[in-house]
Structure formats: structure tokens, C-alpha cells
Write a protein that binds this ligand. Structure first.
Ligand SMILES: [Zn+2]
Ligand SMILES: [Zn+2]
Length: 354
């Protein structure tokens, strides 16, 4: 116990020494993505290589999509936006859903309206209960524990890097808690769709249905032909970015996804860039066309197999999907990873289609 206490005291004396910088990427003249320059692989347990926030410059001020995983990182991107656009007026803050890496920095925008799908309130509460509402003591013990592990590793590499990243993030949260950080909930919510006007720009928000989480939306910025898709099509892997990210043990509304994708791919939406929160580069309209075709095929095959009393394994094989993947081989490939994702997707969706 004494040892733990001394360790904690030492940690309190140590400062967060890694100077942070933001990486800014230009998508169009008025749209940038911003992410913290130092990776924080362990977003309190969730493995994400990168967290992109999207800032849109309008004639009335900035619209920001996703607020990072912590207030410290939110402040970092807020500064980068001011440096880039010479503007610190925020019109709307949009959360693509309630998971922590999309809403964890909401409190930094305490004077601004936060917009999200209604189910995100429960998602944020879940995360608040699990992680964000923790005590300083809890975080200090985590830091102490991670430092102990770090001490046992003699070779610098991927493992030591990821532990250092986790320590960084816990330190950020510790500093945030010391400043009385609290989770901030959206104050403008909607069910299926919402159109926002901000100066010279139009934002169309569409709820996708349950699958990744319970509150995922896409945000279409009409004047720039850009669609922001949050966490829907990315699971942290690079080559399979276009595969939908359905999660184990979460309800799935794939037929709602198809309806939403039909709408997004209709002539009213001209899409050139698709920005994902955890992707390293924008996807294209073609990736969405693949997801739409894939979801339709999934529903068709599951219904057919159930009608013929076949087991779930019948659709977990790629056999009946090979032609589809061939047609879209320019945006998705059949390999070990995509096969695993497909089998897992089928295992989930099977439970939700009659
Ligand atoms: Zn998520
Ligand atoms: Zn995420």
C-alpha cells in the first residue's frame, strides 16, 4: 500500500511532457479534418488509430463534427481550427453518435448547441458511468499500473508505444477531472433526419439505424459534396475501411441502413468525399454503393437461407458474395480480414432478420 502511495505521489509530480500538436488536412476550401498528432491507441479501452474531427467554415462561423475523446484533445483541435480559419465562433457542434471518441470533448463547447440523434443521450450516459465519470484516484491507479507494466518491458516497440499512449490519455483525463470536467449531453436531438442551415451551408443529418451503435448518423454538407460517416464504415483496419462496422451483441437494423443508404445515394446527394472519424483518408461515393449493395445481398441471402432451413454457416461463407466483391474489387478486397468481418457480420445480422 505504501509503495502504491509513493508511486502515485511520484506520478503527481511528473507532468504530461509530450507536447501535443494537431494534424490538419484540407478536404475542400471550407472543410478540414483535425486530429491529435500523437496517437492515443487506447481510447479508454477502444482501439482507434486516429480520431478525426471535421470543421466546416460557414459564413456564420464554424460547424464542428465530433469532439474527440477528451476535453484536452477538444481544446487542441479548437485551437487548430482558430489558427486555420481565423474564426472561433461555433454555430453547431454535431456528434455522429454518443461513443466517447465522438462526444468526449463536448464540454469544451459549453456555450454552443450540441446536435445528435436522440439515442445518443443513453450512449453518453453509458460511457459516463463506465469511464468519464471516474475519480482522479481511479485514473492515478491506472497510470501507476500502466507505468509498472512499462517498467517490465525492456524493448521499445509497438507494445511500449501503446502503453505510453494509454498513460497519456489517462493523464489527460486526470487533468480534465481536476478542472471539473463533466460529460456534456446534446441539447438538440432528432429521430430520423434533420436539416440545419448555418450561413451559406446546408447540413443534412440522417439516422442510419442500429448496427455500430444505437445513434449513428451521417452528415451531408451539400455545398461541398462531403458526407461525414462517423464510425459506420471503419473498424480500425486500413484495407477494409469500406466494410460496415457492425458490433457483436448490439441490435442490428440492417433494413433501416438500406433505406438510409438509398436516400444518401439518391440524386439529391452529390458525394465526392466520405470522411470517416477513424479513417486515414476519405472514402468515395463508390464505397457507399458497395455497402448498400452488400447490405441488400446480406438481407436477401439470410432470408433465403432461413426459408430453406439452412444454418447460419450457410451465409457466413463467402460463396454467394464472391460476385459482389468482384464487382466492387476497386474499393474492397476479399482477404482474411474481410472474410472474418463478413462471418462476424452474418452471425449478428442472422438474429435480427426473420
Ligand atoms: Zn462508436
Ligand atoms: Zn469511434
Amino acid at each position: 500500500m505504501r509503495k502504491i502511495f509513493i508511486g502515485i505521489l511520484l506520478l503527481m509530480a511528473a507532468e504530461v511532457t509530450h507536447a501535443q500538436h494537431a494534424v490538419v488536412k484540407t478536404i475542400t476550401d471550407d472543410i478540414i479534418t483535425i486530429s491529435p498528432g500523437r496517437k492515443q491507441l487506447h481510447t479508454l479501452g477502444w482501439p482507434n488509430d486516429i480520431i478525426n474531427s471535421v470543421a466546416v467554415k460557414t459564413s456564420d462561423g464554424i460547424v464542428l463534427i465530433d469532439t474527440q475523446n477528451s476535453p484536452a484533445n477538444a481544446r487542441l483541435i479548437k485551437k487548430a481550427i482558430r489558427d486555420k480559419f481565423n474564426d472561433s465562433t461555433f454555430v453547431y457542434i454535431i456528434n455522429t453518435h454518443g461513443h466517447s471518441c465522438h462526444s468526449g470533448g463536448n464540454c469544451v463547447f459549453d456555450k454552443n448547441r450540441i446536435v445528435a440523434q436522440a439515442n445518443s443521450l443513453a450512449e453518453i450516459k453509458d460511457y459516463d458511468d463506465l469511464f468519464l465519470g471516474q475519480t482522479v484516484d481511479f485514473l492515478r491507479q491506472k497510470i501507476y499500473h500502466k507505468n509498472n507494466i512499462l517498467d517490465t518491458i525492456s524493448i521499445e516497440g509497438e507494445l511500449s508505444d501503446s502503453i505510453k499512449q494509454a498513460i497519456d490519455l489517462y493523464k489527460f483525463y486526470e487533468a480534465d477531472l481536476m478542472e471539473n470536467y463533466k460529460a456534456r449531453y446534446p441539447d438538440l436531438t432528432f429521430k430520423d433526419s434533420l436539416q440545419l442551415e448555418a450561413g451559406n451551408k446546408t447540413f443534412k443529418l440522417t439516422y442510419m439505424g442500429k448496427g455500430h451503435g444505437n445513434a449513428d448518423i451521417v452528415v451531408y454538407i451539400k455545398e461541398d459534396n462531403v458526407l461525414c460517416t462517423g464510425n459506420l464504415f471503419h473498424l480500425g483496419s486500413y484495407s477494409e475501411e469500406g466494410m460496415p462496422s457492425f458490433y457483436l451483441n448490439r441490435p442490428n437494423e440492417i433494413e433501416k441502413w438500406i433505406d438510409a443508404l438509398n436516400k444518401i445515394l439518391s440524386p439529391g446527394y452529390s458525394i465526392e468525399n466520405v470522411i470517416t472519424t477513424h479513417g486515414k483518408k476519405p472514402l468515395k461515393r463508390r464505397n457507399l454503393e458497395f455497402v448498400n449493395a452488400y447490405c441488400k445481398k446480406v438481407v436477401e441471402q439470410v432470408k433465403k437461407s432461413k426459408k430453406e432451413n439452412l444454418p447460419v454457416e450457410a451465409v457466413q461463407q463467402m460463396d454467394n458474395f464472391e460476385e459482389l466483391f468482384e464487382e466492387y474489387s476497386d474499393v474492397v478486397s476479399v482477404n482474411k480480414k474481410s472474410k472474418e468481418m463478413h462471418a462476424r457480420n452474418m452471425g449478428i445480422i442472422w438474429q435480427y432478420i426473420d
